[in-house]
Ligand binder design. Structure first.
Ligand SMILES: [Zn+2]
Length: 361
């Protein structure tokens, strides 16, 4: 209960600091699977950059990502986040300032995390990564029933479990995940991207394609079809961290930052999206700390793995930059926030966590 009041108080304090923001007409959500807040706010980790016993190329990590201060390192790693989002959007979750974002679910792995983001409900019954159709209604599914979003709501992801997480059969959303080809009438470029995903190396040996494929298939769909609600689930970060490849993990972060920049620049230069589209970027779970091998891992046995972050930019977002005030947010608040930023409220059968209500008077 005490925690509840802390959230309310933090929300009130936060509200007073910013003026009214605008309702968005479109929302794009992007996740970077298992990407730690430590690198988002601190850049390449100083322990992992100098680990001469590492199984990854620490020399490459130093050459590409090292700089003497955390502020320089994070700019090097994520130039779009630390120029555009830091000046025009908001970044929540820098724990060094007591600004906390956590999973509310107790599991700290992917399916429970994505369920929490999109249904707003940290459901204890959602406790495996198996392809079980999600019993909980998600906010995209809810909004897709409204005329303005009908058939303009789409899901793209590298991992082939998204069709279960979004319960494709029940929700009727277009879901393109794993190595599935995009269907329907396709442009030449779309046909090319369908083909290339099968010609790229299957590095993760399973149902997960490289983000290079997911990003291009999703971005081309955005240009051709102009969806109003779109999700892009990226996964390379988690795969490379599990593999102990800190070099590739950092590469994946930097590439994701560049893809997000491309999407943001496209939004700003396209009449269907400009000045009426908000971008939300977050993660499904955190990972352990760097002074052990725990940075590779996550799950309920890894102490720090519920520590996450949320970033956003667009007309509904207060330009508060890196938040340095004491506050505590939960992942499950994102679902109601998506609806609220569209001027709607999310009322599924279950009770979702409340919206962040940041920037709203
Ligand atoms: Zn994982």
């Amino acid at each position: 209960m005490k925690k509840f009041f802390t959230i309310i108080l933090a929300t009130i304090l936060f509200d007073n600091a910013y003026t009214q923001t605008n309702t968005s007409e479109n929302i794009i959500v992007i996740t970077m699977d298992g990407f730690r807040w430590q690198e988002l706010f601190g850049g390449a980790d100083s322990v992992l950059c100098f680990d001469t016993t590492a199984e990854y190329s620490y020399k490459y990590v130093q050459k590409q990502f090292w700089a003497p201060t955390a502020v320089e390192r994070r700019k090097k790693l994520m130039p779009f986040f630390w120029s555009q989002i830091a000046s025009k959007g908001m970044l929540l979750g820098n724990r060094q300032y007591g600004n906390f974002v956590n999973n509310a679910n107790p599991y700290w792995f992917s399916y429970p995390g994505y369920n929490e983001i999109f249904t707003g409900y940290p459901d204890k019954g959602v406790n495996s990564n198996d392809k079980i159709p999600n019993p909980n209604e998600n906010v995209f599914e809810y909004l897709n029933k409204m005329p303005e979003f009908k058939n303009k709501t789409v899901v793209f992801g590298s991992w082939d479990v998204y069709s279960s997480i979004f319960n494709e059969a029940r929700s009727g959303l277009l879901v393109n995940d794993g190595f599935r080809d995009l269907g329907g009438k396709l442009t030449e470029r779309q046909q090319l991207f369908n083909r290339l995903q099968h010609e790229m190396p299957d590095l993760f040996h399973g149902g997960e394609r490289l983000d290079l494929a997911t990003f291009n298939i999703a971005f081309e769909y955005m240009k051709v079809n102009k969806p109003k609600l779109m999700y892009i689930g990226l996964g390379d970060t988690d795969e490379w961290a599990h593999a102990g490849r800190y070099d590739y993990y950092l590469d994946a972060i930097q590439k994701s930052d560049a893809w997000i920049r491309q999407i943001w620049e496209y939004i700003q230069s396209t009449k269907e999206y400009a000045n009426k589209t908000t971008l939300i970027i977050t993660t499904d779970h955190g990972r352990g700390s760097a002074d052990s091998s725990n940075w590779k891992h996550h799950g309920e046995k890894i102490y720090n793995a519920s520590e996450i972050w949320i970033a956003a930019i667009g007309p509904s977002v207060p330009p508060s930059g890196e938040n340095k005030t004491s506050a505590h947010y939960q992942q499950g608040q994102i679902a109601a926030t998506i609806a609220e930023w569209l001027g709607k409220s999310f009322k599924p059968k279950h009770t979702p966590l409340p919206a962040l209500s940041i920037g709203k008077k």
